[in-house]
Design a protein around this ligand. Structure first.
Ligand code: CU
Length: 144
């Protein structure tokens, strides 16, 4: 028989008809999407507190288990530190030199934020629990 009646033959032809242009198009396409995301240079590493943050950035400090976490934080001037009380107990953020302090007690889930503009070492405590001590070290944010 010479007549192409077999459905398989038709199917094969269809597959060829579709696959061929697709293959050609795929091979001829240059590798697109070579744009680099600017975040690779802007992101200054992991959100770990020991890594200096970029000026203007916000850094989180957790208050948990009757402690500030991280207890020691180094940031460039212009950084905003956001404390969040994750304890059931109330706490405060009270600087030793009086340069900043939370307005009253922070209840569970409460947030206190302060933007450090002056370089220096700032010790702070919880006014309720004197054993809760921590430090924010502010470096010059305009050194580059
Ligand atoms: Cu406390």
């Amino acid at each position: 028989m010479l007549t192409v009646r077999s459905p398989l033959a038709r199917l094969a032809f269809l597959v060829m008809a579709f696959a061929l242009p697709a293959a050609c198009g795929g091979a001829g396409q240059p590798p697109t999407e070579t744009l680099q995301a600017p975040e690779s240079s802007a992101a200054s590493g992991a959100p770990a507190a020991s890594v200096p943050a970029a000026p203007g950035q916000t850094v989180q400090v957790r208050i948990v288990n009757f402690a500030f976490d991280p207890a020691e934080l180094t940031i460039p001037a212009g950084t905003t530190v956001v404390w969040t009380n994750e304890d059931q107990a109330p706490h405060t953020v009270t600087s030793v030199d009086g340069s900043f302090r939370s307005d009253g007690n922070l209840a569970t889930g409460d947030v206190y934020r302060f933007t450090f503009t002056t370089p220096g070492t700032f010790a702070y405590i919880c006014a309720i629990h004197g054993s809760m001590k921590a430090t924010v070290v502010v470096t010059s944010g305009r050194s580059y």
